[in-house]
Each structure stands twice: as structure tokens, then as C-alpha cells.
Design a protein around this ligand. Structure first.
Ligand code: KG4
Ligand code: ZN
Length: 339
């Protein structure tokens, strides 16, 4: 990938993390993330209005911290990259408004970044990736299998027909009284459980490259209701995690075989899951292809991946103008659907 030859300030406010980062291409100089998890925990999920307000309160100090940690002065920044799609509209508006103000006052280029593309490209920060490769993108709002022919050229191979994997983790955690965000909570408590104690449905019948997690969530709810006080929460959490991981790994391995991919990548918040990282690595080894997954702090939402993707698009000569909009739902740029 080619990159802008100088520091780019990245800004991310699409969901419940307020983040700013400075990167020169793949070289991440700072990456500050302020999570709103504690705020949303009391409601058991994200409240969009509260998220936007919190971003407005936190963003300027986070930007200042990112600049300070990078030792780059604001006037040395050569471009501003900001997530403008997809995400919570109010939350996105906070980041994009700040980004526009900075770009105008500093008289430097602005680029709106697609949040999911930033996740898909995030492994390039730490590795030279061969293409074409298969990317398993698993976040709070999305679960997709993609063929990455090269940066900017993607085909969707499969996706969820109902809940996203991260959403399934969050909903199951709520049913089990484990709090928000559910992924890390389930991973932690699952260590104490016996994953064979409960048997859970896998969703769609194989072979397919699509996913369905709604039935799994319902099965967790019914077990939680029926077992009540007898419920072995760590074992149900372990069974849930093992089922999701197995389904994700099976479908990803099938996608690799079907496409003859030369590598596989794992990205998005759920890619922070230790069990999933381990399982996908084992599958890739069996297929004889390399597997790349970013460090966990580059998997969950962060502005380093926004600065990285923005630096690349700016180097290609792309620019966003001051009228740039935010979008709640939006396909990947350059995505071709297989259907
Ligand atoms: O990519 P991300 O930070 O935000 C979105 O773009 O959605 O993903 C957040 C999701 C949440 O659903 C969270 O529960 C899940 O990622 N997550 C995990 C883990 N860490 C975060 N899921 C499973 N295991 C984890 N360790
Ligand atoms: Zn994300």
C-alpha cells in the first residue's frame, strides 16, 4: 500500500469509543482510545444519544492527548482522516464536525473513512499481506466474510442473516447477567466453565458461507430461564463461545478453500477473542496458509486504523469536501456482491 508521506490525524467516533491517533502510513505514533463502556453498562447496551454527548465531551481532550503522545504538533499534521460511515449518526457527526473544523483551519486535506474498510485494512499496519486473501470481519454491528483482491477491491462471500457475532456476544452476556460489553465478559467467565456441559445450535446448516446467531441467542435465553438457580453460567458462556468460534472458523476455512485464498485475516472487535484467534490460526495452519490478526487494541474500535486507511486513500489523491455527510448504513467502497 502507498501512504501519505507525513502524519495523518485519525478520528473515530462511530460507536462507543472516542479515539484519536497519529500515524505516518503504517507507523502508528499514538493511538488514544477512551471507551464509553462504563457509561452504557448501566443500560446494558449503547444509547445513541448518550454516546453522541459523551463523544462531544471527550473528543478534544483525546485529540490533544494523541498529539502529545505522538510528539507531533498540530501544524505538522498533513491530513485529517475521520470515520464518516457506517455508524450511529449522532456519534459520527461529532467526529466529522471536529475533523472538518480542523481541516479548514489548518488548510489540509480531509478524508472520510469507511469504518469497516479501516477494520479490513488494519492487518496491513503490522504485516505485509498477500492478496487475494479472505477476511473474516466480526464486530458489534457486522459479521462478513470478504474476499480482499487488493485494498479497495472487495467481494462479499457471506454474512449474517440476523445478529452480528459481537451483538450475539453482547446479548448472551446480558441474558447471563454478565454486563456490557459482552465479548470480554464471556471470554473471561468461560475460562471457568465446561464447554461440553450444554449443547447449543449452530444456526444455518453447512455448507454455507452465511451465519445466523439468532437461534443460538434464543437457546441461551431458554436455558437461562429453565435452569434458573441451577444454571452453570461459566459453562453456558463457554459453550456459547465455543459454538460461535467453531461456526466462524468452519465458514472461514470453507471460504479459504473455495477461493484458493493465499492468506486469511481476522478483524473487528470480536477478533480480540483469544479463543477465536487460536482456532483460526489452527485452521490456517491446516490449510497451509498464513493467518494475520492485529493486536487486540487494533481489533476493537480505534483511530489508528482510521489514520492508516485515510493515509492510503489520501495518497491515492482522494479528498472529501466540507459538505461530506455521515451515513448510518453503507456498503464497503469497491464491494461487489457475490449474489
Ligand atoms: O469493532 P468493535 O469494537 O465495534 C464495532 O464496530 O461494532 O466491536 C465491538 C464488539 C462488541 O460486540 C464486543 O462485545 C466484541 O466486539 N468484543 C469481543 C471481545 N472484545 C470485544 N467479543 C468476543 N471476545 C472479545 N474478547
Ligand atoms: Zn468497529
Amino acid at each position: 500500500m502507498v501512504y501519505l508521506n507525513g502524519p495523518v490525524l485519525g478520528i473515530e467516533t462511530s460507536c462507543d469509543e472516542t479515539s484519536a491517533a497519529v500515524a505516518v502510513g503504517r507507523n502508528v505514533l499514538s493511538n488514544i482510545v477512551s471507551s464509553q463502556a462504563a457509561l452504557h453498562r448501566k443500560w446494558g447496551g449503547i444509547v445513541p444519544e448518550a454516546a453522541a454527548r459523551k463523544h462531544a465531551e471527550t473528543l478534544i481532550p483525546v485529540i490533544e492527548e494523541a498529539l502529545e503522545a505522538s510528539s507531533i504538533g498540530l501544524t505538522d499534521v498533513l491530513g485529517i482522516a475521520v470515520t464518516n460511515r457506517p455508524g450511529l449518526v449522532g456519534a459520527l457527526s461529532v467526529g466529522t464536525t471536529a475533523a472538518k473544523a480542523l481541516a479548514v483551519s489548518l488548510d489540509i486535506p480531509l478524508i472520510g473513512v469507511h469504518h469497516l474498510e479501516a477494520h479490513v485494512l488494519s492487518p496491513f499496519i503490522q504485516a505485509d499481506l498477500p492478496t487475494p486473501h479472505v477476511c473474516l470481519l466480526v464486530s458489534g454491528g457486522h459479521t462478513e466474510l470478504l474476499l480482499v483482491r487488493e485494498p479497495g477491491d472487495y467481494s462479499k462471500l457471506g454474512g449474517t442473516i440476523d445478529d452480528a457475532a459481537g451483538e450475539a456476544f453482547d446479548k448472551a452476556a446480558r441474558l447471563l447477567g454478565l454486563g456490557y460489553p459482552g465479548g470480554p465478559a464471556i471470554q473471561k467467565v468461560a475460562e471457568l466453565g465446561d464447554e461440553t456441559r450444554y449443547s447449543l445450535p449452530r444456526g444455518l446448516d453447512d455448507p454455507t458461507l452465511d451465519f445466523s446467531f439468532a437461534g443460538l441467542k434464543t437457546a441461551v435465553r431458554i436455558l437461562a430461564e429453565n435452569e434458573a438457580d441451577r444454571l452453570d453460567v461459566p459453562s453456558l458462556a463457554a459453550a456459547f463461545q465455543a459454538t460461535v468460534v467453531r461456526v466462524l472458523a468452519d465458514r472461514t476455512a470453507l471460504a479459504c478453500r473455495e477461493t484458493g485464498a493465499s492468506a486469511v485475516t481476522l478483524v473487528g472487535g470480536v477478533a480480540a477473542n483469544a479463543r477465536l484467534r487460536e482456532e483460526l490460526r489452527t485452521r490456517a495452519e491446516a490449510l497451509g496458509i498464513p493467518m494475520f490478526v492485529p493486536d487486540p487494541d487494533l481489533c476493537t474500535d480505534n483511530a489508528a486504523m482510521i489514520a492508516h486507511a485515510g493515509s492510503w486513500r489520501l495518497a491515492l489523491g482522494e479528498r472529501s469536501n466540507i459538505e461530506m455527510d455521515v451515513e448510518a448504513v453503507c456498503p464497503l467502497p469497491g464491494e461487489v456482491n457475490h449474489e
